[in-house]
Design a protein around this ligand. Structure first.
Ligand code: G3P
Ligand code: CA
Length: 268
């Protein structure tokens, strides 16, 4: 039921700004998303967590510790508490070569704020993180997307992609709205091949897979493509890796440096 045209065409190589242009600016902040767009990312990638009072926020970790000056689990804090935190200074300390004074004091954005800010002017590649910890996350996500007219019969194909490591979370979304394109994330510790059975199963609800890039090879990519699935490996930051994956036939990739990927794609 998903129309594989435009952004979702298998002939495209999508540039996905991983947590925004998170190599250059503090991940999951509005400036990081804006920078990703400026650097020609096709998508801004959002990871979702849920606050104690049920708000979806954009944050990678389940805890506040790494990317804010707070501590503890997101699920144990209200949005008001999280809004008091500084989500930018850690980046200046960790990456002095990319530090900027204006990153100090940046706020953790809610999903709602990001959708308000960018509206139809961005494409969103949204991950349901830890869905087993956050019952109702998928319903809240779809409600927000509907409110902003980003899904539904009149939406642009591919304006929103939903991704998850959890097949259950993706299947739930698929049941609620089979027109939303879904990508099954995969994590491998060892070099692997994907089986025919796995591919068939994934194809029942998703249009593509997103494996970690460093344990796959050309045969893996080709097998996925032969099944009619898209493949968007993560997280690819070096030009040599980008070029190799493109040569193998990937249909996009997640990168903290969308400017680098744009450069590689332009040189082809
Ligand atoms: O969503 C693709 C990639 O971001 C998955 O890994 O841990 O960075 O969310 P993670
Ligand atoms: Ca992610």
């Amino acid at each position: 039921q998903v129309k594989q045209t435009g952004l979702l065409s298998p002939d495209r190589i999508l540039n996905v700004g991983h947590r925004g242009a998170s190599g250059h600016a503090p991940e999951h902040t509005i400036p990081a998303y804006e920078l990703a767009q400026k650097m020609k990312a096709d998508y801004i990638e959002l990871d979702l967590q849920m606050t104690k009072d049920g708000h979806l926020i954009c944050m990678h970790d389940e805890t506040l510790d790494r990317t804010t000056n707070g501590t503890g689990y997101v699920k144990n804090h209200t949005l008001a508490e999280i809004k008091r935190l500084d989500a930018g200074s850690w980046f200046n300390e960790a990456y002095p070569q990319y530090a900027k004074p204006e990153y100090k004091g940046l706020k953790v954005p809610t999903l709602e704020e990001v959708l308000d800010h960018f509206g139809h002017g961005a494409n969103y590649y949204i991950e349901t993180k830890s869905p087993e910890t956050y019952p109702g996350m998928e319903e809240k996500l779809l409600e927000a997307l509907k409110r902003h007219h980003l899904i539904g019969p009149n939406a642009k194909p591919g304006q929103v992609i939903i991704q998850s490591f959890s097949p259950d979370s993706l299947k739930k979304v698929h049941q609620m709205d089979p027109s939303i394109p879904l990508v099954q994330l995969l994590w491998y510790e060892q070099p692997v091949q994907i089986t025919e059975q796995e591919l068939r199963e994934i194809h029942t609800y998703a249009i593509g897979v997103g494996p970690n890039f460093n344990k796959i090879d050309r045969a893996y990519v080709q097998k996925v493509r032969q099944h009619g699935l898209l493949i968007h490996p993560y997280t690819v930051n070096e030009k040599a890796d980008m070029k190799r994956l493109i040569d193998w036939g990937v249909t996009g990739m997640f990168t903290n440096f969308p400017d680098r990927l744009h450069g590689v794609l332009k040189e082809r």
